[in-house]
Design a protein. Structure first.
Length: 102
């Protein structure tokens, strides 16, 4: 029998590592060049970690009240979790546009 729980833990660990690397990289960019693009990239990367933790906590606490609460929490998370990535993408687009002009 497969240990699928380990797969989920490894996947979550890799996702967290990637998010931390993106925060670090966007923080370095922000320190080197402070503009709207780098600010949005950094803000989006930090918010992605905060929203992921928030969704995890919301799901955990909603599990105590029943399955319908878990579905509602996951639905809310599916709407909120992409927002930081949209911010990051807009920041990357602004940053790229500025670099191309140079």
């Amino acid at each position: 029998m497969e240990n699928y729980e380990a797969y989920y833990m490894i996947g979550g660990g890799l996702t967290s590592l990637a998010k931390l690397i993106v925060v670090l990289a966007s923080g370095i960019l922000l320190a080197k060049q402070r503009n709207w693009g780098t600010i949005l990239m950094f803000l989006g990367s930090v918010l992605s970690i905060i929203f992921s933790l928030g969704t995890l906590l919301l799901t955990t606490f909603s599990a105590q009240t029943g399955p319908e609460s878990i579905v509602k929490a996951n639905a809310l998370g599916s709407i909120l979790n992409p927002l930081p990535y949209v911010l990051f993408a807009i920041g990357l687009l602004l940053f790229a546009a500025k670099q191309v002009k140079k």
